[in-house]
Ligand binder design. Structure first.
Ligand code: ZN
Length: 222
């Protein structure tokens, strides 16, 4: 049961990691789309400014014919000239922005396509992990049932000792293998202790890790 749970521990984390990757990919697409929208807004603002400027120039041109003095006439004509040059510059900027917007739109399209691909892949992987997690949970349930059934035949004191160790370290019950190595902590028992463990066919506590220990060869010979 401990091994099953340990295996399953990684799954929620892996699922979480994949979901984070998915969110990051989504955010990357959104960032490019925001850039596109900002460029688009910039162009609209510029186009609006050009339209307003054209109105202004039209009014100035109408006033131009009403000018009595040459000085006022040429001053206004100069203003009109400057405004028209500015309009040309702005119109060039609009064209340039249009090019950038086209490129950016293509970038968004590519990123979106990448994202769709990645999403499919990640969602598939998350589904696989969720399936495995459900499998392990079912296995744990089965093992828990077996454990409950098996514990009915175990001495009460022994079971309490086992459970108290189990809360601190897993596995709680480990075999000792010849020539006396505790498989829980890899420490060697004194030869006398190991011999007693074999002869008594019983359980004891490992002096090093406190796990319940039994001699593997006792089970092997039975
Ligand atoms: Zn030990």
């Amino acid at each position: 049961m401990a091994a099953l749970k340990k295996n399953a521990e990684a799954y929620p984390r892996e699922i979480g990691d994949l979901e984070k990757q998915l969110a990051a990919a989504r955010a990357a697409v959104d960032a490019e789309r925001t850039k596109h929208d900002e460029l688009d807004k910039q162009r609209s603002t510029l186009e609006q400014t050009i339209a307003e400027d054209k109105d202004k120039v039209r009014k100035w041109e109408a006033r131009l014919t009403e000018q009595r003095s040459t000085r006022e006439y040429s001053a206004l004509a100069r203003e009109i000239d400057i405004a028209k040059k500015q309009q040309t510059t702005m119109a060039e900027e609009v064209v340039e922005l249009g090019k950038q917007i086209t490129l950016q739109r293509e970038l968004v399209r590519q990123k979106e396509a990448d994202f769709q691909l990645r999403t499919k892949d990640l969602v598939d992987r998350v589904e696989v992990l969720k399936g495995r997690l459900a499998e392990v949970e079912a296995q744990v349930k089965t093992v828990e049932g077996t454990r409950t059934a098996a514990s009915k035949g175990v001495d009460g004191d022994l079971l309490r000792r086992y459970d108290s160790i189990r809360r601190k370290r897993l596995p709680a019950l480990v075999p000792v293998i010849s020539p006396g190595t505790c498989t829980g902590c890899r420490m060697n028992l004194r030869p006398q202790m190991y011999n007693t463990l074999v002869a008594s066919k019983s359980v004891d506590a490992c002096p090093s890790c406190s796990r319940m220990i039994y001699a593997a060869e006792v089970l092997d010979s039975n």
